[in-house]
Design a protein around this ligand. Structure first.
Ligand SMILES: [Ca+2]
Ligand SMILES: [Ca+2]
Length: 193
C-alpha cells in the first residue's frame, strides 16, 4: 500500500477494465501482479503465447491454433498482447455467457478481421483446431469428421451459405446457438484426464 512502484496498473486502465469486464478491483490487481511476474516487459509475444499453449496441450501441434488465438486477442494489431488485451481475452473466453464466447469465436474465425467469415477462413481454423486433437484421438473420430477438410465442409454447410458467400457475426452466433454439432465443431476440448 502506498508503494507506487512503476509496475502499478494505471488508474485509467483499471477503471476501463472494471467497466468492460465483470472482474473486481481486487481480482484485477491480483492478475496484474501475476502478469507482471510472468511477463516483466508487460507485453506477451507470439512466441511466449505459443509456449503457453504447448504446455496446455503437450500431445498436440498447437502452433497454428495459438497463432490464430493470439491474433484474435491482439485487438490493436500491434503484434503483442498487453495487460488490457489479456484481461479482455480472459473475460471473453472464461465467461459463463455463451453469447460472449461466441463473439470471441467469431473473431477467431474472422482471420482477416473484415467482419465476415468466409468458407476459406472456416477451413483455416478447422485445420488449426484439428491439429489440437492428439493423433490417437483423431483415429477415433466418426468417419465424416476425421479430417480437417470434412469438418470444415460440415460446419460450413450448417450455415446454409454458398461456397462464395460470407457469414456475418449475427448469422454465425445464431447458427452455432441453434446447432449443438456446430458448437462442437468450432472448438476442441480435451477429454479430462
Ligand atoms: Ca496488442
Ligand atoms: Ca474475414
Amino acid at each position: 500500500m502506498g508503494n507506487t512502484k512503476s509496475s502499478a496498473m494505471s488508474k485509467e486502465i483499471l477503471e476501463d477494465l472494471k467497466l468492460s469486464t465483470k472482474f473486481t478491483e481486487t481480482e484485477l490487481c491480483q492478475w496484474y501482479e501475476n502478469f507482471q511476474k510472468q511477463c516483466p516487459t508487460g507485453l506477451i509475444t507470439p512466441q511466449e503465447f505459443e509456449n503457453i499453449y504447448a504446455r496446455f496441450f503437450p500431445d498436440s501441434e498447437t502452433k497454428s491454433y495459438a497463432h490464430h488465438v493470439f491474433r484474435s486477442f491482439d485487438t490493436n494489431d500491434d503484434g503483442t498482447l498487453d495487460f488490457k488485451e489479456y484481461i479482455i481475452a480472459l473475460h471473453m473466453t472464461s465467461s459463463g455467457q455463451m453469447s460472449r464466447k461466441l463473439e470471441w469465436a467469431f473473431s477467431l474465425f474472422d482471420v482477416d478481421k473484415n467482419g465476415y467469415i468466409t468458407k476459406s477462413e472456416v477451413g483455416d481454423i478447422c485445420q488449426a483446431l484439428f491439429k489440437l486433437i492428439p493423433a490417437e484421438d483423431q483415429a477415433k473420430l466418426p468417419e465424416d469428421e476425421n479430417t480437417a477438410e470434412k469438418r470444415a465442409e460440415k460446419l460450413w454447410n450448417y450455415f446454409d451459405k454458398g461456397d462464395n458467400e460470407k457469414l456475418a457475426e449475427g448469422e454465425f452466433i445464431k447458427g452455432v446457438l441453434e446447432n449443438e454439432n456446430a458448437l462442437h465443431l468450432i472448438q476442441y476440448q480435451p477429454a479430462a484426464k
